[in-house]
Design a protein around this ligand. Structure first.
Ligand code: SER
Length: 320
């Protein structure tokens, strides 16, 4: 039986991952751990247990693990890259202090832990095209610093204490359910909302800014599959490059325009996001994930665009 605690359960990834996990493990408890300012609602609240679990509070993590006999923790609490630059101390407390709390609880109580890393764990001195699995990681954002620290700390807990830690480096994630909270890749979500609402999109990044992106269903599958993977086949743990598509704002705009011909985009650059994006890879090489646990993406830009537009039209009609 899988009893799972998802910390950061109401965020962009958590809100969808919980619904997927509840479908996959109906005999177990999939607990939505949330902070009071972001309480679960609707289906997320009604379909299973929820507890206040602030990742900076180790006691709350331990109590939820005991109460639901949790064997696996998905740690999805984070400040994304752009908002983290405004609050670097809090970003560290959540990203590293919170991870430490989680790993300590996992060590004491025998839980496996998934903590995503990111394309943000790389920096300007990393090879930018087809970035290798094992390469230079000298990020210049606090977000990236927390992610590299998290990779190292998670590997340390695996080696030193036998905690079953695993991770993937997520690209920018695109979804229609819950908005991302202040990342550099958010434009690739916001642009679909503008297209569906009939608004001109103000793009914060300049043409030619390539980054890896992924549709949420692929990202959720990756998070489940890495935790289900045969440990004897894993040479790496924290963290695996995964990839499905790489594009710049022009490619994305032109793809959406094929479906929404009247759609307009203008550039209104955000210097902070531009400098962060410039320091990140254009595309990752995910060969190790493919070889060690069979990673394979299903959605490309066309499939994602069709699905985003259909579902956002439904969502915005319903909530209009
Ligand atoms: N989506 C994240 C961000 O833009 C990167 O992992 O901050």
């Amino acid at each position: 039986m899988k009893n799972i605690l998802v910390i950061g359960g109401t965020g962009q990834i958590g809100s969808e991952l919980i619904m997927k996990l509840r479908g996959l493990y109906p005999e177990g408890n999939v607990v939505c751990g949330y902070i009071p300012s972001a309480a679960p609602k609707g289906e997320l609240l009604e379909s299973g247990p929820a507890e206040v679990v602030d990742i900076t509070n180790a006691v709350q993590i331990a109590e939820a693990v005991d109460k639901y006999k949790v064997d696996t923790i998905y740690n999805l609490a984070a400040l994304l890259s752009a908002v983290a630059e405004a609050r670097p101390q809090l970003a560290w407390q959540i990203g590293v202090g919170g991870l430490y709390n989680t790993l300590e609880v996992a060590r004491e109580k025998g839980c496996a832990v998934f903590t995503p890393s990111s394309i943000g764990s790389f920096g300007p001195t990393t090879p930018h095209v087809k970035t290798p699995q094992d390469t230079v990681q000298r990020p210049e954002t606090i977000y990236g610093v927390t992610k590299v620290s998290g990779e190292l700390l998670s590997d340390y807990y695996a080696r030193r204490f036998g905690v079953d830690t695993r991770s993937v480096r997520f690209p920018g994630l695109i979804s229609y359910t819950t908005l991302p909270g202040g990342g550099t890749t958010d434009y690739a979500v916001d642009i679909y909302y503008s297209a569906v609402k009939g608004e001109t999109f103000k793009c914060p990044l300049k043409p030619g800014t390539f980054m890896d992106m992924m549709y949420m269903p692929d990202a959720l599958r990756a998070a489940v599959e890495i935790m289900e993977a045969d440990p004897s086949k894993l040479i790496h743990r924290n963290s695996f490059n995964i990839a499905s598509m790489s594009f710049d704002p022009e490619i994305l705009y032109n793809k959406i325009k094929e479906h929404v011909p009247e759609f307009k985009m203008e550039y209104e650059l955000d210097p902070l996001r531009q400098s962060i994006a410039d320091s990140w890879p254009d595309s990752l090489d995910d060969t190790c994930a493919r070889e060690e646990w069979g990673w394979k993406p299903e959605f490309g830009l066309e499939e994602m665009t069709q699905d985003m537009l259909v579902n956002l039209r439904k969502k915005l009609l319903v909530t209009a």
